[in-house]
Design a protein around this ligand. Structure first.
Ligand SMILES: *Cc1c(COP(=O)(O)O)cnc(C)c1O
Length: 219
């Protein structure tokens, strides 16, 4: 029993749903697929590999977790979008593996806006410095398609909204400074089960929803 349709009914047509299926078994993903869902988000390479082999080939797989450079090679042949690029080193490795696979891989830069120390991602200053350095312009098999962030895990909605608003403003700044001529730089991946309504108030174009669709994960 999944809640895909109920969640979809809450999304405007311009917001895309990434059904976050990590830790859920393939039959549950197949059920969502049968109901029309094509974009699935996973956060562990091994698990993604197994599901990709087993499930229909027209699924668009998004990698939403922290990705270690040495694992890029496994997913490069098929991954549709990598959400959480948090270093130039990772971007360079994606370039290398995408070239080998004769593809261009869309990527989002992960922005650190939350208060938690543990969340990965570039601070705005780090991200700007990386883009100013300009090396990324040489990467022909990587397409920087926007930003991703996770808000603080708190009940304080004002705090969460302030973080999404910060990410949105920063997106606009980068768009104007570095990507004005790049229509592909257009994605804002923010919002999970508990905060996607707030994320949509602040410009989310992709929401990553797991437990509200599939139920609680069993780790
Ligand atoms: C697990 C996960 C989600 C989905 O979380 P839910 O609370 O189940 O909706 C979204 N984004 C990332 C990066 C995740 O790891």
């Amino acid at each position: 029993m999944i809640h895909l349709q109920e969640i979809k009914a809450t999304l405007p047509p311009e917001v895309e749903l990434v059904a976050v299926s990590k830790f859920h078994p393939a039959p549950l993903l197949q059920e969502a697929y049968n109901q029309g869902q094509r974009i699935f988000g996973e956060s562990r390479v091994q698990e993604l590999q197994a599901k990709q082999a087993e499930l229909p080939k027209d699924i668009q797989w998004h990698f939403i977790g922290h990705l270690q450079p040495n694992k890029v090679k496994y997913i490069a042949p098929y991954i549709s979008l990598i959400h959480a690029v948090d270093s130039f080193k990772l971007l360079a490795e994606i370039e290398k593996q995408a070239a080998k696979a004769q593809r261009t891989i869309p990527c989002l830069l992960q922005l650190h806006v939350a208060q938690e120390e543990t969340k990965f991602g570039f601070t705005p200053a780090e991200c700007t410095a990386m883009l100013e350095a300009g090396e990324w312009r040489k990467l022909k098999h990587v397409q920087i398609a926007g930003l991703m962030c996770m808000a603080s895990n708190t009940d304080n909605e004002q705090q969460v909204e302030a973080e999404f608003a910060q990410a949105h403003a920063y997106f606009d700044e980068l768009k104007a400074r570095f990507f004005a001529e790049e229509p592909a730089f257009c994605q804002r991946s923010w919002g999970m089960s508990h905060d996607y309504q707030l994320a949509m108030k602040h410009g989310a174009t992709l929401v990553r929803i797991g437990s509200a669709i599939f139920g609680e994960r069993e780790y």
